[in-house]
Design a protein around this ligand. Structure first.
Ligand code: GP9
Ligand code: MN
Length: 421
């Protein structure tokens, strides 16, 4: 009820309402936002080679004129892509089980499309899959997207499909006609598909060899990642040709991991590292880029997570979000929340990585202590352990109790009339 919300509201206002306005505040005001969700792309392939070849040449070059975050973690759970979407749109955590997109699609939210919609933005999603996959049609409508270009918006044939459906290169190419006739400013989210497990690719689309290990999954992954890299490069070319590029900012993000723990041995061989619980957490890093045409690039190594995207975008757009309730903080602010929580209770701080009762040195991966059967107070990772649990619990309370229906985001207050319900 409203009382439950009062406690959560206090916590969120204390922890994340950072009003610091940086030099970048409003830099993208009234520009289009093109958000590219890169299926299963993990940070370990960026600036890396396989058999001596660059895996992602375009994305590597893109770092030079983008803000690139190399310690950015996905925070998804079983809802996979839909969880990443949910986190970006709401700066809340996904559900510990199931997908919020299915279980709580009818809740009251205060989502990104709605907020920017009030500022005159037309918001849309491009994704060449059935509209009801992940219950997207229902959720998108509820959180304020104006338009969903689903599989029916595309010409899909035997030749231009592989694996899960339309190939990414065709997807971007066919999307341009819609994008070019869209009213501006727009927010357009593109969700790629080809780099999805089991990473199938037609031979003629492969421009890099397969890796050679005991994991067919990892072996194929490099090929589909390279294909996605090329498809994004083509998309940038289309944007430049159409003239949209100059009036837009382009945000790129890996949605979640692509290589699961089933492939420990092959990953360990490829990375030439022992596969520890520490490495597992570090492999949850996904690329995050903010590309602002005309703006010089910078590699930003501070710890960051998907919950931070919404406040960061609002900051760049110059939209005051002091009335919002979120778990993330603007990535460009100096003063930020000093930990990133993963959905399973693992977390990352400047100094430590905590997972499965173990506290590691973040820089070296050295095990500092283990809390199994011990008093948590003895751990170097204390007091974050409890704080992270509390934060995840508050997020769950908001979602499971549909608590935002009691909140008036305009007045930044719990609605009194409703509180008595
Ligand atoms: C499906 C695509 C992939 O439409 O977003 O979903 P995933 O399995 O990664 O959640
Ligand atoms: Mn996905």
């Amino acid at each position: 009820d409203g009382n439950e919300l009062a406690e959560v509201e206090d916590y969120m206002k204390d922890e994340t309402s950072i009003q610091e306005k940086t030099d970048l505040y409003g830099i993208a005001k009234n520009k289009n936002v093109i958000f590219i969700s890169l299926e299963s792309l993990q940070t370990f392939v960026i600036n890396n080679t396989m058999n001596g070849e660059e895996v992602t040449p375009f994305l590597n070059d893109l770092i030079e004129d983008s803000y690139y975050f190399d310690n950015f973690y996905h925070q998804t759970e079983q809802g996979k892509t839909s969880d990443s979407e949910f986190i970006i749109e709401n700066s809340l955590y996904p559900s510990p089980r199931g997908a919020v997109y299915f279980t709580h699609a009818q809740n009251d939210y205060h989502s990104l499309p709605e907020i920017i919609g009030n500022e005159g933005y037309f918001s849309s999603v491009f994704h060449a899959n059935n509209k009801s996959f992940w219950n997207r049609d229902v959720m998108y409508e509820n959180i304020g997207y104006d338009k969903f270009f689903d599989v029916n918006a595309y010409e899909v044939t035997e030749e231009n499909s592989v694996g899960w459906g339309l190939k990414d290169k065709d997807f971007f190419r066919q999307s341009m006609k819609y994008l070019q006739s869209m009213e501006q400013p727009f927010y357009a989210k593109f969700i790629t598909l080809t780099n999805h497990y089991p990473f199938e690719l037609d031979e003629e689309d492969a421009t890099i060899e397969k890796y050679d290990s005991n994991s067919n999954t990892l072996n194929s992954y490099f090929q589909t990642v390279r294909y996605m890299d090329e498809s994004v490069e083509e998309f940038f070319d289309y944007l430049k040709e159409s003239g949209l590029y100059e009036d837009s900012i382009i945000v790129l993000m890996g949605d979640h991991y692509g290589i699961s723990d089933f492939h420990k041995k092959a990953m360990s061989t490829y990375l030439e590292k022992e596969y520890t619980d520490y490495l597992h957490v570090q492999l949850q890093r996904v690329p995050f880029y903010i590309h602002i045409p005309g703006q010089e690039g910078e590699v930003i190594s501070k710890i960051a997570g998907q919950v931070d995207v919404k406040p960061t975008l609002l900051h760049l757009l110059g939209i005051d979000d002091s009335n919002d309730l979120s778990f993330g903080t603007n990535l460009f602010a100096d003063e930020r929340k000093d930990y990133i929580a993963l959905r399973d209770g693992s977390f990352i701080t400047n100094d430590y990585i905590y997972t499965k009762d173990q506290c590691f040195n973040r820089a070296t991966g050295e095990l500092i202590d283990t809390t199994a059967g011990l008093d948590e107070e003895k751990s170097a990772c204390e007091p974050y352990i409890e704080q992270v649990q509390t934060e995840l619990l508050y997020s769950d309370q908001i979602i499971f109790g549909d608590l935002f229906r009691f909140y008036d985001f305009k007045d930044n207050a719990i609605e009194e009339a409703k509180e008595e319900e």
